[in-house]
Design a protein around this ligand. Sequence first.
Ligand SMILES: [Zn+2]
Length: 108
Amino acid sequence: MKKIFTSDKYTKGRGNFVKKIEIRCNNCSEYIFSYQKEGNGELEKLFFDLILDNLSVKNGTKLVCRKCEKLLGTRFIFGKEKRDAFKLYPGAIYWKIFVPKTTIVKRG
Ligand SMILES: [Zn+2]
């Protein structure tokens, strides 16, 4: 019997759901914080109101890795809504999505 629906890389690229991801330092793999990510787009900025733990990072003007002290991003105000966010340096972090039995690692 032929399968009608197949799961491929394009299937994973569809949808616009919220998921919890882990932000980690790309230099030393140190855990930075958990983040509520919307959709499947690239991660270029991190909004303060979507940071789920390690809330003390919001006190700083820079996002710095606690372990290797690499500068990961700088604080800026986004848009008309004036949302606090960190603008990430390209390649400074990577993030992981946790789904049952699989861990997707995305670098960038
Ligand atoms: Zn680090």
